[in-house]
Design a protein. Structure first.
Length: 330
């Protein structure tokens, strides 16, 4: 049975709801995450911090006594990251939403700049950068305000939803697909399509901890094959969605993202399975959906080179012999 939320806050609509899924995270890392939010210039009524405990083996609540006045705590049966985020979104009352993984944290002085963009420009979305190293930088470069469609058309986006501060009203009925890996790859481009005003900045506002043996890097064969299968499913669903769009630029923007994901999918098959027979079977399935060969588009030099190599048997043989070795060296 799902527990009721505890220790909720009062007053009107917060400026930002921070949604933090928690599952068996070391308590010190979770405290650092919370401290990074509490260190921001947001007053207590301007923030809402939602911890969604996704069925941790032991609730962290007893070890968070100093934070109880500042958080909304929800404990639910384990359902995965998508389910936890969806629960947090449902509870969120803020004008803007920010996802944070419980073992990561915000870079306070950098994130303050994102808050300034939100306060003074009130965009639909602010896009910022990540870092995995301690930084002391206090300068930033802001790029021209754009639309989400134009941003998709001009950039190879970072899919992780933690890199976007966005208005909750953008969501509409959009949610993360439960039970899959790479859920951000589907969610983020669909969210960007809805944004009319996007403020990009190179502020390194999010501290990402490198994780060994995470789900997305596990070498367990069953997990690996599920990752690949989920990746393929996302490509096909985005492609199907693109075909329903009536605005040509929106369709082109989502197709571009689908082409990039297809390139990544082929790359991952080669470096993770080392199997030409598996690759050929998946290419056949992509072909049946009109997703392969990769179309001739002037996206990036990397895309054009990869397209050229993958569109011939000789090129695929060469990639099969080189890419696993290069990946191993890294």
């Amino acid at each position: 049975m799902q527990a009721k939320p505890y220790y909720t806050q009062d007053t009107g609509q917060p400026l930002i709801s921070f949604v933090i899924p928690v599952y068996n995270v070391p308590i010190e890392l979770l405290r650092q995450c919370l401290d990074s939010i509490l260190a921001l210039s947001l007053r207590s009524y301007e923030r809402q911090i939602i911890l969604v405990d996704d069925g941790s083996e032991q609730s962290p609540l007893a070890l968070l006594t100093n934070y109880l006045d500042d958080i909304v705590y929800i404990r639910k049966p384990n359902g995965g990251l998508s389910s936890a985020r969806n629960t947090g979104m449902q509870m969120a009352t803020g004008k803007y939403l920010q996802f944070i993984d419980a073992d990561d944290m915000l870079v306070v002085n950098q994130y303050e700049h994102c808050l300034d963009l939100v306060r003074f420009q009130q965009p639909d979305m602010t896009v910022f950068d990540f870092t995995n190293k301690p930084i002391r930088r206090t300068s930033y470069t802001d790029y021209d305000t754009t639309t989400g469609v134009d941003y998709l058309l001009s950039n190879n986006i970072r899919a992780t939803a933690c890199g976007y501060l966005f208005k909750k009203e953008l969501l509409g009925s959009l949610r993360f697909t439960p039970g899959i890996y790479h859920e951000d790859e589907e969610f983020t481009p669909l969210l960007l399509l809805k944004a009319k005003i996007v403020c990009p900045t190179d502020a390194k506002a999010y501290y990402y901890r490198k994780r060994n043996n995470s789900i997305t890097t596990s070498t367990d064969r069953r997990k690996m094959l599920k990752r690949l299968n989920d990746h393929k499913g996302i490509i096909m669903r985005l492609s199907a969605t693109a075909q329903t769009l009536t605005v040509q630029k929106e369709q082109q923007a989502l197709e571009r993202r689908g082409h990039q994901l297809t390139m990544d999918y082929i790359y991952k098959i080669i470096v993770e399975t080392h199997s030409r027979s598996y690759l050929d079977r998946q290419l056949k399935k992509l072909t049946s959906q009109g997703l392969y060969p990769l179309p001739d588009r002037n996206y990036t030099t990397k895309y054009k080179c990869f397209r050229f190599m993958t569109n011939s048997n000789i090129g695929l043989k060469l990639l099969m012999s080189i890419l696993p070795y290069i990946n191993r060296e890294r």
